[in-house]
Every structure is written in structure tokens, then in C-alpha cells.
Write a protein that binds this ligand. Sequence first.
Ligand code: PEP
Ligand code: MG
Length: 321
Amino acid sequence: LKALAFADKDNTAVTTDGVQVEVAGNIAKVAEAEKLVAMGGEAVGLLRSEFLYQEQTSAPSEAEQEQAYRQVLTTLGERPLVVRTLDVGGDKPLSYLPLPKEDNPFLGERGIRVGLDKPAVLRQQLRALLKAASAGRLRIMFPMVASLFELKLAKQVLQEEAEKLAIDTSGIEVGIMIEVPSAAVMADLLAEHVDFFSIGTNDLTQYTLAIDRGHPKLAAIADGLHPAVLRLIDITAKAAHAKGKWVGVCGGLAGEKDAVPILVGLGIDELSVSVPSIPEVKHQVRSLSQQACQKVAADAMACADAKAVRELMHAPNTLIA
Ligand code: PEP
Ligand code: MG
């Protein structure tokens, strides 16, 4: 794997028929940026910013946050960095930001809902990001967006903070996670207001199949290759491209061997995977023809369930190379 990482370090991932797929990595710590570069990552497709908040007993200061983002941007150089704003609630609690006790926390105050409900936290994070932006190629992403209303509010908050700081945001791409079925279904309207989408298949699967992603018994059947999830990814990708926007996948599916050909076939522009998986995913993309992948993706979407999709991907006559 080391040799593979070395060989891939400066190379892009292009299919046999010439379609380039950006292979990026997910990180959750400043130090992981260096590893990502060493493994040949072309970007950070998802910086889970929760670490800044979870590693301590009180909220991080604005300066501390700015410093962390600057450090990652500096390490990445020309490579873009997608920072997801704080995504707490559900499976991600925070001791000093108490959220109401809810019967269904996954269906309650999570992600951008918390950000908009407690705007001081979001505003501070956005200020730190805006101040760090000059250090590299920053992209800002909002989590768990379920409606155009939330997206517009979040963008307004960003704009207000930028104006207060007199920072020009024209060079900063702004996008959202697509991880709620309503957002995927309404992606055509959302696409007009973003620079990119990044599909979070972990939550998108959970919400589409109505299976708790951490359920001790059921989580194993919450398979992102379920055709219902694939159809939502297809809708999202088509909606993004119709408006000239790029679309990535940063959920676990992006790094799965069975899923990569389907995602390439659905026209996904960026795969953001765990850092150790970067070389293998690049290697796999180079072995694929997008045209063949399109056919596989169509067949997968016509399957009845995830098991059938897995069987299809392992069938000897499934031509994906
Ligand atoms: C996802 O939901 O797929 C995702 C990438 O976000 P997280 O796993 O951090 O909820
Ligand atoms: Mg998520």
C-alpha cells in the first residue's frame, strides 16, 4: 500500500475513457491533513469540525479555531479544503452545548438546526473560517440541511459575518451536505443557491431506510447501496449538473469497492474517503470506464434491494472495467 500511495501521490484519477474523478479525504483532526497529502489526497472533501469542540470542556475560542483552519489550509497548499460547520446532536453530543432531551434525537435538533437555533456558535465559527480563508482554498459546507429556507438563512448568516469583517467571499465556495431525503428530492431548487453538494450517505441511508445508523441489530442492513439511496444520489447529481455545480460523496459509500463504479456511473465528481483508502480508490477509478459504469449504475437502480445490488457487483458478467 505504501508503494501504491507513493505512485499515486502526484497523479489524478482518470477513468479509461477520460473522466476525471477527484479523490479527496475525510479528516477530523489538524494532523491528519499531512497524512492526506502523503497518501495522494487531492483535497479534503470533509473536515468534520466537531473535534475542535469535542476535545475540550468549553467552547474553543475564535482565535483557536482560526489557527486550526489556517494550519490545515497551509498544509494543503493548492488543494481545496471543505470545512463542515459544527454538526452536533443525534450521535454527536456536546457537554457545554446542552440540547433538549428528545425522544428521537436523530429527528430533532441536529446539524444546521442547532447552528441556526444557537447562532452565536455558528457565527463565531464562520468568523474564524472567514479570517483563515486567505491561507488557502477554503470551501464552507453546512450539515443536515433539509430545506431551502435553512440554506438561505445559513448563507445570510455567513454574508452578515463577512460584511462585518469586510471579507470578500467571492473566492469561497459554499455548499451543503445532502443527507436528508428532502434535500435530495429538492436538489434542483437547492442547486441554484450553492457551489457544490456533498452527499452524506451515512445519514442519507439512515433517513431513507428509517434505520438508526447505530442500531445494534439493524445498522447492518442500513446499506447505502440500497436502490432507494442510489436513486436519491442520481437525482442529486443530475440536479447539480443541470445547474453547473459539482457533486461529491463524503459518506462511507465513497470508499466502498462495490460502490465506486456505481458512483462513477452516476457522474459523481468527487469521492471523499477515509485517508488510508485514498490510494486504493484512485487505483480503482483508473481501472473503470465511465460508460460501463453508467450501465452498471442503471442496473443497480433497477434492483429490488441492496442485497441484489451487491450480487450484481459481484456477478462475473458485470462488466465494469
Ligand atoms: C454522512 O452522514 O454520510 C456524513 C459524511 O456525515 P457524518 O458521518 O459525520 O454524520
Ligand atoms: Mg452526516
